[in-house]
Design a protein around this ligand. Structure first.
Ligand code: HEM
Length: 373
């Protein structure tokens, strides 16, 4: 009995051993892909080559280093930008926009407001020295089309400025106050508003240019006006000026030229990768001694547009803050020019003496309640 049981156990043990050996062989043959379980030589990476040589003799690390540096590959789809996997300049661009540009704009706006407040404290409101005309006589300063043009440009500019400033500073100033969801909704609405109102502003500066350019050509009177600071700093000083004085001419050209270049860079942002003005602009500038890159990818073009758009807009906003002050609170009688269109005769004599003298020849002075002939 005992020998029978011992015999059965031996047989079971050898059967088990056989099954285990079979399994080991199966796994080995499967892994090596060879019935004899023969393996090839060691396939570890050596000296920068990649096992299987699928990427030539270049290691993964080197490929990803190039990708990180922004190397442009080739793609067969129409969107050639897809050939650049990582555009590293984007990091620098974002840092510049959120750092230097935002700081510059913040300081510029702050300084503008401080300078205006200081000017108001020192000089006060510039009044009509001779007082308003005793007989209530006026002069038509701007006709209906000119006033419409002014307010078209002004209202669109103010909307653009507010929605634009929100894009640059809103997340720091508004978001903590109104919350993330309300800020997101407001910013999205603001962005669409910005894109559409831009066209009204462009029309406005075009009309302004056509209507007022002939009155804004610099001449010798401007030098005389500037040499005494336009009389703005001292009471009773009124250098003779044409329809627009030198200060207004400077504002006019800043708005026309700044507004045009800001609008063009804005268009390049509304139609990214389609309007790409910078390579040609830089080539042109290099003729004047600059050393700017003339080979720009579509993405780099858009990045330069965004920076230039922000920079010019911030400068314009600070100029316009000064203009709004002097056209309203800062000077008695000025707002009527863009309100009713008719200004007090004494106001006009003090601020635009040469223009009034010209009108006196042509009968442009209006008696009270009576428009000029
Ligand atoms: C509430 C805002 C504004 C007020 C109260 C205002 C006021 C005035 C006034 C009173 C004048 C006439 C000055 C004169 O008769 O000699 C004027 C002219 C003018 N405005 Fe405005 N303005 C405003 C906004 C703007 C904006 C936003 C722009 C353009 C972006 C602008 C562009 C001009 C230009 C180009 C002139 C003619 C040149 C000059 O007088 O400086 N204005 N504005």
């Amino acid at each position: 009995m005992t020998s029978y049981i011992g015999g059965r156990m031996k047989i079971g043990f050898f059967r088990g051993l056989f099954v285990v050996a079979l399994l080991i062989y199966g796994v080995g043959a499967g892994l090596t892909g060879n019935m004899n379980m023969a393996t090839s030589g060691a396939s570890a990476q050596t000296a920068g080559s990649v096992p299987g040589n699928w990427s030539g003799n270049v290691s993964d690390a080197e490929i990803w280093r190039q990708v990180r540096r922004g190397v442009e590959g080739t793609v067969s789809i129409p969107d050639k930008k897809a050939g650049t996997l990582v555009q590293s300049e984007g990091d620098n661009w974002r840092a510049f926009k959120n750092g230097w540009l935002s700081n510059f704009g913040g300081w510029l706006l702050l300084i503008s407001i401080v300078v205006i407040a200081a000017f108001f404290l020192v000089r006060g409101r510039i009044s009509i020295d001779a007082g308003p005309d005793m007989m209530g006589r006026t002069i038509e300063r701007f006709n209906a089309l000119e006033r419409f043009t002014h307010w078209l440009t002004a209202s669109s500019f103010i909307m653009l400025a507010l929605t634009g400033l929100n894009l640059l500073y809103g997340r720091y100033i508004l978001k903590p106050v109104i919350g993330a969801d309300a800020f997101a909704a407001l910013t999205q609405f603001g962005k669409f508003t910005h894109n559409y109102i831009a066209f009204a502003f462009m029309l406005g500066i075009f009309m302004m240019f056509v209507l007022w350019v002939r009155h804004n050509i610099p001449n010798m009177n401007d030098i005389r006006w500037l040499s005494v600071g336009g009389g703005l700093l001292s009471k009773g000083v009124h250098p003779p000026a044409d329809r627009f004085n030198a200060g207004q001419k400077i504002i006019f050209w800043l708005i026309i030229l700044g507004g045009t270049t800001s609008s063009l860079s804005g268009l390049a942002l509304i139609f990214p990768f389609e309007i790409t003005p910078w390579a040609a602009t830089f080539t042109f500038m290099n003729a004047f001694g600059f050393d700017l890159p003339t080979q720009l990818t579509a993405l780099q073009e858009t990045q330069v547009s965004a920076l230039w758009h922000g920079f010019t807009a911030l400068v314009l906003i600070s100029v316009v803050i000064g203009h709004i002050y002097i056209g309203s609170l800062g000077m008695e009688g000025a707002i009527a020019a863009v309100g009713t269109g008719h200004v007090d005769l004494n106001w006009a004599r003090e601020h635009h003496g040469l223009w009034v003298a010209e009108l006196e020849q042509t009968g442009g002075i209006e008696e009270p309640g009576q428009p000029a002939e």
